[in-house]
Design a binder for this molecule. Structure first.
Ligand code: KG4
Ligand code: ZN
Length: 339
């Protein structure tokens, strides 16, 4: 039987769901270290290659965990539990993190805690001050997900709306690819948009309720580019900043339309954003404007906690630890883990 210490809690968080191998130490809810090895090989293939990603995780994981422990000035023997992303994500990538975490937890005879990657993006808000009070609404926008979530407590949240096709991050990455930008195009579009004007209007989907759809928008960008390039083969090169500003403006408009609707319908004016796309400067400033217009209390994570990181896994593990929610050696990696 495991002895659970609730006084001096050290959680090792491990994240390996996609192409970043990350490890973090959380002590009583505070970050002591957060180390990430980012894989660059995928750039030349225009997207994450699952087989390459899992091999790289294998190479990096022990080194990254050791560095996280060293930077926190602790050893593995000090750990209270290990939290690891169990899904969703790429099967091969998740397997590396889950297998490593299970072996280490077994060796140390400490609990293992499986964490949902999207819950963790939301709970990243508790890595910094000020923290949102419950309940709050979180717009979660990553490379694989776009969701509007009502967060009732650390371990109690429900989805109000989500994308029926592409995620917001994919809309950035895929339209960027159409313009010849490298993967991931989201941060590049963000930078170029600052120098351009949103003077091109692409068609936006009209979805009922709180769901999103980005496929029509993507097709509209594709047809527009094809038509313009036919007339002038240098069109993209000459107009790249305005194209980026217009694409970004369109994606932000689709996101904020649904967010405003949810806030109005629920009456919950505490609003947060999470996930890789929440690093987008255009989205962040548009939300600031909406917050002052409608009197929202707005929570935006530090840049380091927007994209994938293990600190968010560690803090999620910490809240599960406090609530006594543990897994065991039967924990499996699940690429389509339910929210
Ligand atoms: O949350 P994340 O790091 O990984 C997933 O869980 O998917 O999100 C990655 C996504 C990519 O699609 C990337 O292009 C997008 O986040 N992203 C951005 C920005 N930074 C990352 N999109 C727009 N603007 C950014 N600054
Ligand atoms: Zn993510």
């Amino acid at each position: 039987m495991l002895l659970i210490n609730k006084e001096n809690i050290y959680i090792l968080g491990i994240e390996s769901s996609c192409d970043d191998t990350s490890a973090s130490i959380i002590h009583n809810g505070k970050v002591l270290s957060n180390i990430t090895a980012t894989q660059v090989d995928h750039e030349k293939y225009g997207g994450v290659v699952p087989e390459l990603a899992s091999r790289q995780h294998n190479t990096h994981i022990a080194v990254v965990v050791k560095e996280a422990l060293d930077k926190a000035f602790i050893t593995a023997k000090d750990l209270s539990a290990i939290a690891v992303t169990a899904g969703p994500g790429l099967m091969g990538s998740l397997l590396v993190g889950v297998s490593f975490a299970k072996s280490l937890a077994f060796g140390l005879q400490i609990p293992i805690i499986g964490v949902h990657h999207m819950h963790a993006h939301i709970l990243a808000h508790f890595l910094q001050e000020p923290t949102p009070a419950f309940p709050f609404i979180c717009l979660t926008v990553s490379g694989g997900h776009t969701q509007l979530v009502k967060v009732n407590a650390y371990n109690d949240m429900n989805i109000l709306g989500s994308t029926i096709d592409d995620a917001a991050g994919e809309a950035f990455d895929k339209t960027g690819k159409m313009m010849g930008l490298p993967y991931p195009a989201g941060p590049i579009i963000d930078r170029m948009a600052e120098k351009g004007k949103p003077n091109i209007s692409f068609s936006k989907s009209k979805m009922d309720g709180y769901d999103f759809s980005f496929s029509g928008f993507k097709t509209s960008v594709l047809y527009y580019l094809q038509a313009e390039v036919k007339k002038d083969s240098n069109y993209i090169e000459h107009n790249i900043n305005d194209l980026c500003a217009s694409i970004q403006h369109g994606i932000i408009a689709m996101l904020t339309e649904k967010l405003i609707k949810v806030v109005n319908d629920t009456g919950i004016k505490r609003v947060a954003i999470a996930g890789g796309v929440s690093a987008n400067k255009g989205l962040r400033s548009e939300l600031q404007k909406l917050a002052s217009l409608y009197g929202w209390e707005l929570f935006i994570p530090d840049f380091q906690y927007c994209t994938d990181n293990a600190a968010m896994i560690g803090i999620s593990g910490y809240f599960k630890y406090l609530d006594g929610i543990f897994d065991d050696q039967q924990l499996v990696a699940n690429p389509r883990l339910q929210f």
